[in-house]
Ligand binder design. Structure first.
Ligand code: NDP
Length: 306
């Protein structure tokens, strides 16, 4: 079987266009949606992510600012900043880029965000509201995947779904959303026995574990739909040969750059076994940013009762 791509990049571009239209409509009524991003420390990946988020937000007509703190920042300083943003009428959405520097308890910082401005939906109040099917900002990655599946007409009602990974950010909300969409959901994790066999039961397999090309052919039921959330950097020739066997373009790219990105799903195996799949890069990643923008506009509308 040769699988076709679920084009996350295209769907993300559509969502960004729609969000820009919605932001423009709000601006014409005098309300410019506002997003504040906090980043602390000098993790290079975080710096790239926040730059992209700010740039994308501006392009969508959102007033965006990035507040940068050194790695020596204290919990008290971050809490004070969040208190200020919570009280600022112009700020609709607050995002704290993870990971935070060592010594800072992320949960204390995230729980200080006003749930009405919690654009990532990580606050326990919003996580609880999501589980109970009440209106809440939904974590951007699983929300983006649901939007992709809906717009690409992937059936969910009654299907067997397996979510591999149970993090608060991806796995748990993903399982909640699929359950709400009437899929029959199994959540698998590092203690799951017979993992390949469990995953092979899935009509829809969502992999979010952070292990390069871990999901190989034996995990994938022929004809399954596979969503690959993982973003992993590989930096050895052996890993490149395992993940991209016989792929000269990738081998050359690795020689030039010294590393390559790969998802949690083996890129060659998924093409052989699945019916549809999300590529890495260009699958789930662009959707996460698109949903950050649309969540910001939604929070603006909800807070200002528009
Ligand atoms: P976490 O590290 O928070 O969670 C990983 C989960 O995977 C845990 O539940 C863990 O199980 C499980 N797991 C780890 N190893 C195995 C294994 N060998 N077998 C089975 N289960 C395993 O990761 P995140 O959920 O934050 O992220 C997952 C991946 O998705 C990462 O690659 C990350 O970079 C990527 N990501 C991509 C985004 C995007 O926009 N595309 C956004 C967010 C994340 P246990 O609970 O038992 O420890």
């Amino acid at each position: 079987m040769t699988a076709t791509i679920l084009d996350g990049a295209k769907v993300a571009a559509d969502i960004r266009r729609e969000t820009a239209d919605a932001a423009a409509a709000l601006a014409s009524r005098g309300f410019v949606p506002g997003l504040s991003v906090i980043v602390a420390g000098d993790d290079p990946a975080s710096q790239v992510y926040v730059r992209n988020k700010e740039k994308s937000a501006r392009e969508a007509g959102i007033r965006a600012e990035t507040l940068r703190f050194p790695a020596t920042v204290t919990e008290a300083m971050l809490l004070a900043e969040i208190g200020r943003l919570n009280a600022d009428e112009e700020v609709d959405a607050i995002l704290v880029q993870l990971p935070l520097p060592g010594g800072i308890q992320s949960s204390r910082i995230l729980e200080a965000i006003d749930p009405a401005k919690d654009v990532d939906g990580f606050h326990p109040v919003n996580a609880g509201r999501l589980v109970q099917g009440k209106r809440a900002p939904v974590p951007c990655t699983p929300a983006g995947i649901m939007e992709l599946l809906r717009r690409e007409d992937v059936p969910l009602r009654g299907v067997r779904a397996v979510v591999l990974g149970r993090s608060d950010i991806v796995g748990k909300p993903m399982a909640t959303l699929l359950t709400k969409a009437d899929a029959t959901v199994t959540v698998a994790h590092s203690k799951t026995r017979d993992l390949p066999a469990i995953c092979r039961e899935a009509d829809l397999l969502v992999a979010a574990i952070g292990r390069p090309a871990f999901v190989t052919a034996e995990f994938i039921r022929p004809g399954a739909v596979v969503v690959d959330v993982g973003i992993n950097r590989i930096a050895t020739a052996a890993e490149v040969a395992r993940c991209f066997p016989g792929d000269e373009a990738k081998t050359e790219a690795f020689a030039a750059k010294g590393s390559l990105l790969v998802g949690d799903v083996h890129p060659a195996d998924v093409k052989e076994r699945a019916s549809r799949y999300t590529p890495v890069p260009g699958g789930v990643g662009p959707l996460t940013i698109a949903l950050l923008l649309s969540n910001t506009v939604d929070l603006c509308r909800a807070r200002r009762r528009l």
